[in-house]
Structure formats: C-alpha cells, structure tokens
Write a protein that binds this ligand. Structure first.
Ligand code: FAD
Length: 397
C-alpha cells in the first residue's frame, strides 16, 4: 500500500480496533504485526460493558459472547467465608451489556482481523516489525523489518499500538513513567469446577487475604486463578504442578490433585507515558499505559484509546475536521490512565492484600454498604465498568 493515511504498529486488540474503525470510515490503513500470525497467548479475558457497547458497531459481539462466559455478578470475598456481591443488572439503563464478558482477548483479535481483511482500503502485514519513526510536516517514515528485510514505510499518521515494550514509543523519545511492583503474579488455569465446590460463587470473584490474596474467574471450559508471588521465588518451583497444587489446595481443599491446563508468571507495572503524541505519532493501549490486572482495565482502557484516536484521525483524513481535534486525544485519554485506571487498580490491589485488620474491616464495611444501596451500587459499577471514565473525560472529537 503506497502512503496509507494511517500506519498502525501492532495487531493486538488496540491496533485491530483502531484499524477497523479507520477502515470503516474510509481511511486507508496499513497494520503491521511483528509476529507471523496473531498471538494467542492468554492475557486479558475481561470485557467491560463500556467496551462491549463501543465494539458493537463492528458486528462481532454476538460471536464474541458465544465464545465467552457472561458474568452477571461479581463478588468480593475472603478466606473466612465472608462475601459481598454486585449485580450488573444495576446498569440496565446505562449499557446494552449489563454484565462482564469473560473471553480471551485473542478471540476478539481473530474476529476483527477477519473483518479487516475483507476491506479493500486496509492491508495487514505479518512478520513486520516496526522499529524507528521519524517525521516531517506532512508524513511519518517508519523503519520496518518485513520478514527480516529492512523496509521504509511512509504514511500520513502513525498509531503505536505495539504493546508495553513499544519500540515506536522509544524511538520518538517518550518515557513510560511509573514503577514496577516488586512482586509478580502467577496465573494458573484448571478445569476443576469451583462453582460446584464453592456454593454461590460468581464467575468473577476477588478474595482478600493478608497472606495470599487471589482471584478466581471462569473462562470457557476452565477457571483461571491468579496469585501474587514473592520477589525471590524460583520460577521452576513456582510453575511446577506440586507448587501450583499447593496454592490451589488453599483455595479449595479437595482429594487428589488439580489438573493444570496452563500456567504463566508475569511482571506487573503502574506506568503511564509522559505524552501520548509527538507530531504525527500517537501512542495507544499498553504502549501508552500499563497497570496491574485487578479490575480488568488494561485492554479495555486501550480499546477506549483506540476509539478516541481512530475517530479523530478518520475525521481529519476525510476532511471533516481540522487537525486541531487531534490535540483532544491526549487531553481525553491520559487523565483516564492517571486519575482512573492507575488509581482504581492500585486501590484494588491494596484492598485485597492489606495486612492491617482495621483497614480490612473498613473495606469490608464499605463494600457491604455500597452493595446494599441500589444507587451506590450503580455508581460503583459505573466506575468499575469504565462507563464513568468515558462520560467524565470525553472531549469533543
Ligand atoms: C495475564 C494477564 C491478564 C490480563 N487481564 C486483563 C483483563 O482481564 N482485562 C484487561 O482489560 N486487561 C488485561 N490485561 C492487560 C491486557 O492484556 C493488555 O492491556 C492488552 O493486551 C493491551 O493491548 P495492546 O493491543 O495495547 O497490546 P498487545 O496486546 O501487547 O499487542 C501488541 C501487538 O503488537 C505486536 N508488536 C510488538 N512489537 C511490535 C513492533 N515493534 N512492530 C509491530 N508489532 C509489534 C505484538 O506482537 C502484539 O501483537 C492482562 C494482561 C496479562 C498479562
């Protein structure tokens, strides 16, 4: 494709959402993906109501919902048996999707890729690694390695959706400010049926504990369990059947061992890019912000970024708006990452892990009071479903 309107680096959920929206609006789009096919590693699995409402325009929701688990409720629990529950039905007048959808992010990517490939104004290149961007007043030039061969690709605008280690972000000199938590997280998946074992458990349940908090969520065919792990623990031991079984037996003590279908360890960050834009280059998704996964906000926030920047670029490319509307992107989305996602995900972590009995009791009482009052419960769910942040920070596009 010669001089596309928009080049997008990275075919994760954020790059694919932006590419689909731009192509639908008539912009020419070139999407570059470093891998030779869509990555299918297990990462995000929570789709918030706000995101489902937004991606409805692509006509993929029915298929996505069929491939996922609809969670109408979420619970906070602890190991004593205490729990409090929120019902997403409180949002029935606020969203077309008053639930959380548990579905692996690659399933959305596959649906969006298929859709994009049917567009004549879009091209997807695999094994195409974006390296460095440089720009003039009228275009961006991107040094790229396509199946190992260096190629310079130019376009009018560039969206860096190339993930947390974004090379494009580094090449335009933007810093990802913040910190990395000292502990890492372990995620294990098992087919064991926690719903039968723990009566009344919802398919999204967060367990507070001063020694070892965890969360349990159901995805199609299995449950995923996430635990924090210490700084100096050995990966080989942590990933062994024996060690994972030891942790799972503390979640629910059963005879025999747990089947472990999948296991992974990952580092956790709270970081936000110092800027979301340098000239013709925009950062979106993990390239712009990283947060701990408690609350399921990383991918969702990234998809919200993709809508904001793609709508703005489409309007500029099609001559419907002047380029000044592009300034609204950072003004709209960076405060959400800083004042919203970062704060909520950090508070979620602190509430689950606190060792202070007074703080733990205060949190339990707040959750109970909030869940018991219909309007407080609705306000709370508007926040965690990321509907409130869209309403609050929306800038005119
Ligand atoms: C275990 C785990 C659980 C999570 N759970 C949730 C959750 O429940 N809800 C939630 O909202 N978020 C969750 N997240 C976070 C979520 O996965 C990320 O926020 C999301 O993947 C970000 O999407 P993205 O498209 O910005 O980046 P990515 O998904 O990282 O996609 C980037 C893409 O760019 C490609 N790429 C990389 N470098 C280049 C390059 N130089 N050139 C071209 N292509 C490149 C990569 O191969 C990849 O395909 C979780 C993360 C983890 C690790």
């Amino acid at each position: 494709m010669n001089q596309p309107d928009v080049i997008i680096a990275g075919a994760g959920p954020v790059g694919l959402v932006a590419a689909n929206l731009l192509a639908d609006e008539g912009a020419s789009v070139l999407l570059l993906e470093a891998e030779d096919k869509l990555p299918t590693n297990l990462r995000a699995s929570t789709f918030q109501s706000s995101t489902l409402d937004m991606i409805e325009r692509f006509g993929v929701n029915e298929r996505l919902i069929e491939q996922g688990v609809v969670s109408p409720r979420m619970q906070y629990r602890d190991r004593s048996g205490w729990f409090t529950e929120f019902d997403f039905a409180s949002l029935k007048n606020d969203t077309n999707h008053p639930f959380r959808l548990q579905c692996e992010q690659y399933k959305l990517c596959e649906l969006l890729l298929r859709r994009l490939e049917s567009r004549s104004n879009a091209q997807v290149l695999f094994s195409a690694r974006a390296e460095t961007a440089c720009q003039s007043e009228s275009q961006v030039k991107l040094k790229t390695f396509v199946t190992g061969e260096e190629r310079e690709i130019s376009g009018k605008w560039l969206i860096a959706a190339d993930g947390g280690k974004s090379t494009v972000r580094a090449s335009v000199g933007i810093k990802l400010e913040g910190f990395t938590w000292p502990e890492r997280y372990l995620v294990a998946s098992t087919k064991f049926d926690f719903e039968s074992a723990i009566p009344g458990i919802s398919t999204v349940s967060y367990f507070a504990d001063p020694e070892e908090w965890y969360f349990l969520l159901r995805v199609p065919g299995m449950w995923r369990v996430m635990f924090p792990i210490g700084e100096n623990e050995n990966d080989e031991i942590l990933l062994s059947d024996a060690d994972i079984n030891r942790r799972l037996q503390r979640v629910f003590t059963k005879t025999g061992t747990y089947d472990i279908q999948h296991r992974t360890i990952y580092s956790v960050h709270q970081r936000v890019a110092s800027k979301y834009r340098v000239g013709r280059v925009f950062l979106a998704g993990d390239a712009a912000h990283l947060n701990n996964p408690l609350g399921g906000m990383g991918m969702n926030g990234g998809i919200h970024d993709a809508f904001s920047i793609a709508e703005r670029l489409a309007a500029v490319v099609k001559g419907k708006s002047s380029s000044s509307i592009l300034d609204g992107y950072e003004a709209e989305r960076r405060p959400v990452a800083l004042e919203y996602v970062d704060k909520i995900s950090t508070a979620n972590k602190r509430n689950l892990e606190t060792k202070d009995p007074t703080a733990r009791q205060a949190w339990r009482e707040t959750m109970e009071r909030t869940a018991a009052d219909p309007e407080l419960a609705r306000q709370y769910l508007l926040k965690v479903s990321m509907i409130e942040s869209l309403r609050k920070y929306k800038q005119a596009a």
